[in-house]
Design a protein around this ligand. Structure first.
Ligand code: 4AD
Ligand code: MG
Length: 472
């Protein structure tokens, strides 16, 4: 046993993704990973090994005269092993190379009686209940590799354009979206909190000396940074205590929020379209195998849809014109349509999937259904808002040109009864060297739904947080 370990430690572990396209063959290699399948014949065992570096497994041939049959017979799906052996051309038609094993090291067995992934073909719902193990499946391996690729490509996109990555706080005192869906952050004793004269909880005695919560968006801080660095983006976790139990909402999700000085709404829209196309093209270029797997098993139109998005100019349309189209559609919607209503996902999907059959960017929404910071149009009824609507998903991006006029912004804060004193620093930026500026938020998990063709956000984030669910 000691001899074996010595042997293994002198050569370096290589990744299966690299070995599968290796041209330098007939050399000794070391791989480590999890057994996907093992088949024992009389003289040989055949192991399909996966190390997470790619969806493909490498085949290992273990000659029973070289490796101990007793050890091989203990192995089953899920076991973790290291194999040293000769990388040789394969005679099988499914792979170009294989490894003829000379030594094996067993790191962990997986009892076939109780290992939940012993069999294939589990439902996505079942796999959510074993989120601690699901990363070992082909499906989740593919999704999380793509998720990494998308995060990397986002940084690359902005870096190439000269944007600066700004870290905005997770704990904040302001409710950016004004929707009140906040997770309180406190160290006060919840059973017996200190009270003020009026009998309300006295947050002055709390850790930060004021009421704080987890951020719903990095935007307000992003604006501060943009009004000095000019073009910035944040990319971090955001939190919403939304009880909506839908396939598109998480309580903890990641958002990409660029914010740019000197951009008007049109520049903002152009950037959003360019970003979405860049990310889609990146996935097609760098994640072909994973996409092919998802295309075959989950969504037969996935790759075609991704390719078409890259080539298609998105439709640009005002909210008012969209309402007209919906009213003239002759369709019966569950939520009736009228100018002024917030669009429901059935309306958004009608526009994108039936009427235009391509992504749609809606602009100039009524001010009453949008956040306080959006720039007022001359009609005084609508704001310079934009939502990007995607097939199968609905809203993937929300953004706007920001109100840069001090008096107008203050008026809006007062109209909405927002706590003016809490926004003094935000208002300050409009007092001192204000500038036209714009930005938007791209929901990372919504992007992931689009790129992977999956239909539930719980399946595109490793450990989803939704109501009554924070297990892993
Ligand atoms: O439209 P939202 O609420 O916009 C903002 O938060 C702005 N402050 C962004 C900005 O202008 N900087 O959210 C932006 C995007 C949505 O379009 C959607 O993709 C995603 O964030 N999103 C969610 N994703 C998953 N779960 C949720 N509960 C989400 N809420 C919003
Ligand atoms: Mg929105």
């Amino acid at each position: 046993m000691t001899k074996r370990i010595e042997l293994m430690s002198i050569i370096k572990r290589e990744k299966i993704v690299k070995l599968l396209s290796e041209t330098e063959l007939n050399r000794s290699v070391l791989v480590k990973g999890w057994v996907r399948t093992i088949r024992n014949s009389k003289k040989f065992s055949f192991i399909e090994l996966n190390d997470g570096s790619t969806i493909s497994n490498i085949q290992i041939i273990a000659d029973h005269e070289v490796l101990s049959v007793d050890i091989l017979k203990e192995l089953s799906t899920g076991a973790c092993i290291g194999i040293q052996g000769m990388l040789v051309p394969s005679e099988g038609k499914n792979q170009k190379v294989e490894i003829q094993a000379s030594t094996i090291e067993v790191y962990g067995l997986a009892d076939p009686e109780s290992y939940p992934l012993q069999k294939k073909g589990h439902t996505l719902e079942f796999l959510r209940e074993i989120a601690h193990l699901r990363v070992r499946t082909n499906t989740f391996g593919a999704i999380f590799r793509i998720r990494h690729g998308m995060a990397f490509a986002i940084h690359q996109f902005f870096h190439q354009k000269g944007f600066f990555y700004v870290h905005t706080p997770i704990i904040t005192g302001s409710d950016t979206e004004g929707a009140g869906e906040l997770f309180l952050v406190t160290t006060l004793p919840i059973h017996n909190p200190p009270k003020d004269e009026k009998g309300n909880i006295n947050f002055k005695e709390d850790f930060f000396g004021k009421q704080t919560h987890l951020t719903v968006s990095g935007q307000l801080n992003g604006e501060l940074a943009a009004l000095g660095l000019a073009e910035i983006y944040t990319f971090g976790p955001t939190f919403r205590a939304e009880k909506s139990n839908t396939p598109r909402h998480l309580a903890e999700f990641w958002m990409i929020e660029p914010e740019m000085a000197f951009y008007d709404l049109n520049d903002n829209i152009n950037l959003a379209e360019e970003l979405l196309k860049y990310l889609t093209q990146y996935a097609l270029n760098h994640h072909q195998k994973d996409l092919e797997f998802l295309n075959e098993h989950y969504d037969k139109e996935l790759i075609a849809r991704l390719e078409s998005i890259v080539q298609t100019p998105f439709v640009r349309l005002s909210y008012t014109n969209a309402i007209e189209i919906l009213l003239n559609s002759g369709k019966k919607f569950e939520f009736p349509v009228a100018w002024g209503v917030d669009l429901q996902s059935e309306h958004e999907r009608y526009l994108v999937e039936e009427h235009f059959n391509k992504p749609v960017i809606l602009t100039d929404y009524p001010k009453d259904i949008k956040a306080f910071y959006m720039k007022l149009n001359d009609d005084e009824k609508t704001v310079r808002a934009m939502d990007v609507l995607f097939p199968k998903i609905g809203e993937i991006i929300g953004g706007s040109q920001r109100e840069e006029d001090y008096a107008k912004l203050l008026k809006r804060i007062r109209e909405l009864n927002l706590p003016e004193e809490e926004y003094w620093w935000y208002l300050d930026t409009r007092k001192f060297g204000t500038a036209p500026h714009s930005g938007f938020g791209l929901g990372f998990e919504r992007l992931m739904l689009f790129v992977t063709g999956m239909s539930n956000v719980r399946d595109v984030i490793p450990f989803p947080r939704t109501t009554k669910n924070a297990e892993f």
